[in-house]
Design a protein around this ligand. Structure first.
Ligand code: KG4
Ligand code: ZN
Length: 335
């Protein structure tokens, strides 16, 4: 089966063709980062308009690279969660093309796309596994028994991990989106100079909280009014270490609690090098393994939507869901 995937839930336009026998056949990604940078965050209306401009030429290019529309068996588009206007662009084009080509259309859950993205790599994780989904909008720990068989074990009760990276980066006057810039600055930071809290690690449970950590950085920076570049790098390092430690404690707890030994990490923050190294060491210390998508497939992309769409269309058939801003992952069912 060969599926065209379209991702337009936020500020990336992603298009890909996945083939169940040949793997990823073609993909293209366009990031709107520069468009939103001067506003310090995503402006939904601008995001939608830019998807309108970029999406169709990208689909034409990717479909041509994959050998034309004749070989396609379906079209998958992100149906949510995300910005409704942005989602509508992908859904309208995806459903129209599917109708014109006489193939089924399928609305894919964005976080299911992230969660299955590590399966685009070789070796791919087998089910069951624990997934840590850490993006700009979500921080979730999920027990995954199979496609559509998800149980959320814990989640952030306030800011998502990526959101905390972005907000702390703003406090450090770094450009948008802050996560990668903060990680780069932290590379030059001295570990251990500042000590920040590891929120909710001292009590049982798998929920997370990052807004207090952001406030702790704000208070710390206020006590350092003349912070030089090295001091800022040290603060960035202290923040990154606190997030990495916290996520590692929670993942270790989830593995021990469920007895599972495979950990899958996905979502934009999964591109963070220190997090990747720490979780690998932690999982290996338990005799387990950790799986990641390549860094470019940690952040939003079309490949994960084409892949999730292909798995679902193969076993379950079409489902043209309307777009939706909110869509709990646990409400999904197996195809
Ligand atoms: O999954 P994603 O592309 O978009 C959402 O669906 O939210 O994740 C974007 C988030 C942003 O908050 C960004 O700052 C963060 O992932 N991010 C990082 C890194 N690369 C991206 N955070 C920390 N370290 C990184 N290297
Ligand atoms: Zn995402």
């Amino acid at each position: 089966m060969r599926v065209l995937g379209i991702e337009t839930s936020c500020d990336e336009t992603g298009v890909a063709v996945y083939d169940s026998r040949q793997g990823l056949v073609a993909h293209a990604l366009y990031s709107q980062i520069r468009l939103h940078a001067e506003y310090g965050g995503v402006v939904p209306e601008l995001a939608s308009r830019d998807h309108v401009q970029k999406l169709l030429p990208m689909v034409q290019k990717v479909v041509a690279e994959a050998g034309g529309p004749e070989a396609l068996d379906g079209v998958a588009y992100t149906a949510g969660p995300g910005l409704v206007g942005a989602l509508l662009v992908g859904a309208c084009l995806g459903r129209s093309l599917a109708f014109a080509w006489g193939v089924p259309a399928l609305g894919v859950h964005h976080m299911e796309g992230h969660l299955l993205a590590p399966m685009l790599e070789d070796p791919k994780p087998g089910f069951p596994f624990i997934a840590l989904l850490v993006s700009g909008g979500h921080s979730l720990l999920v027990e995954v028994q199979g496609v559509g068989r998800y149980q959320t074990l814990g989640e952030s009760i306030d800011d998502a991990a990526g959101e905390a990276f972005d907000k702390v980066a703003k406090l450090l006057k770094l450009p948008y989106p802050g996560g990668p810039h903060l990680a780069k600055l932290a590379e030059r930071g001295k570990p251990g100079r500042f000590d920040l809290p590891r929120p909710m690690t001292d009590r049982p449970g798998l929920d997370m909280s990052f807004s207090g950590l952001k406030t702790a950085v704000l208070v710390l920076l206020k006590s350092l009014p003349d912070a030089d570049e090295q001091t800022k790098a040290d603060v960035a390092r202290a923040f990154e270490d606190a997030v990495v430690d916290t996520l590692s404690v929670k993942c270790e707890r989830a593995l021990k609690q469920t007895g599972l030994r495979r950990l899958v990490v996905a979502g934009g923050v999964g591109a963070n090098k220190r997090l990747r190294a720490r979780l690998k060491a932690m999982a290996e210390s338990l005799g387990g393994e950790v799986f990641y998508p390549r860094p470019e497939f940690c952040t939003d992309n079309g490949a994960m939507i084409a892949y999730a769409g292909c798995l679902r269309l193969e076993t379950g058939g079409p489902k043209s869901s309307p777009v939706t801003a909110r869509w709990p992952l646990d409400s999904l069912t197996a195809p």
